[in-house]
Write a protein that binds this ligand. Sequence first.
Ligand SMILES: NC(=O)c1ccc[n+]([C@@H]2O[C@H](COP(=O)([O-])OP(=O)(O)OC[C@H]3O[C@@H](n4cnc5c(N)ncnc54)[C@H](O)[C@@H]3O)[C@@H](O)[C@H]2O)c1
Length: 284
Amino acid sequence: MKVLITGALGGIAQGGVIQVLEKNFELKLTDYKEPEKELKHKFIKTDIRDYLEVKKIVKEADAIVHLGAIANPSEDPFLIYSTNVMGTINLLESAWQNNIKRFIYASSIHIYGLPFNPEYLPIDEEHPLNPCTPYALSKFLSEETGRLYTKRYDFTFISLRIGSVFLRKESYNNLKKENIKDRQEVLWNHIHPRDIGQLIKLSLLKDIKGFEAFNAVADDHTFPEISSLELIRRFFPLVKKINNKDNFLIRKEASLISIEKAKRILGYKPNYNFRDYQKWETLI
Ligand SMILES: NC(=O)c1ccc[n+]([C@@H]2O[C@H](COP(=O)([O-])OP(=O)(O)OC[C@H]3O[C@@H](n4cnc5c(N)ncnc54)[C@H](O)[C@@H]3O)[C@@H](O)[C@H]2O)c1
């Protein structure tokens, strides 16, 4: 299968996704930056805001993995919308014109609202969406546009609602030193780019039709010395419902963002738990 990856020079692509996907797929990479080193795969420079350029690069692809975006929520909103929303529309329209049947999209957990004010925990894909920033809205609009294309033709759009990615061991070391309140708003989640690679690989291969969204985080949280139920009791005392409580009793540090759907439908098995991060050889 020939797979086009946008945002291929970005942190998530370079930090693990390409290494995972190159084992199974023929990759074509694109970004609007110039590569600083020689790449193993074919690379084409493209600005995804330019429809005519995008139309050219999707040719011959069987699937698109769309990671290219303004990933910094504090950036200028006009830049965020023009890149993240129009860029996605350009890719979707080009996919449709070229009869490309599968599109994997890098969405974000920001789509549930930030700071999180959960109606229930753990947050699953059915939880109400509440985009509160231009960045979160750009992810929401992209998901909805993808959904629209699944109604228009025989098309699969899989949205991975990615959590917090840290590319360096130092960042993980810093997490250990943080005040527990600092990352309450993202429910102390994390994910390694290689596990994102695993989710993308499974999304490319599984027999799924139409629109599906999956939370994309690790199996645990970044304060394992405190159980998930205790975190909920202390920091979210007003949450009305805790679903699948047994899971929190069996795995005391289970993530407060549910990955049960990804496990069940995709067969996702996260390989990178916070407790072991010192042993990860892939972090710089
Ligand atoms: N890093 C995280 O914690 C995180 C969390 C949730 C979702 N995501 C999403 O995952 C994806 C990848 O994130 P990342 O951390 O690798 O971000 P990144 O900023 O490192 O990479 C994004 C890439 O997109 C490229 N890009 C930006 N504008 C472009 C344009 N107009 N045309 C073509 N390419 C363009 C950039 O050059 C960059 O290489 C993004 O869609 C981001 O929103 C990231």
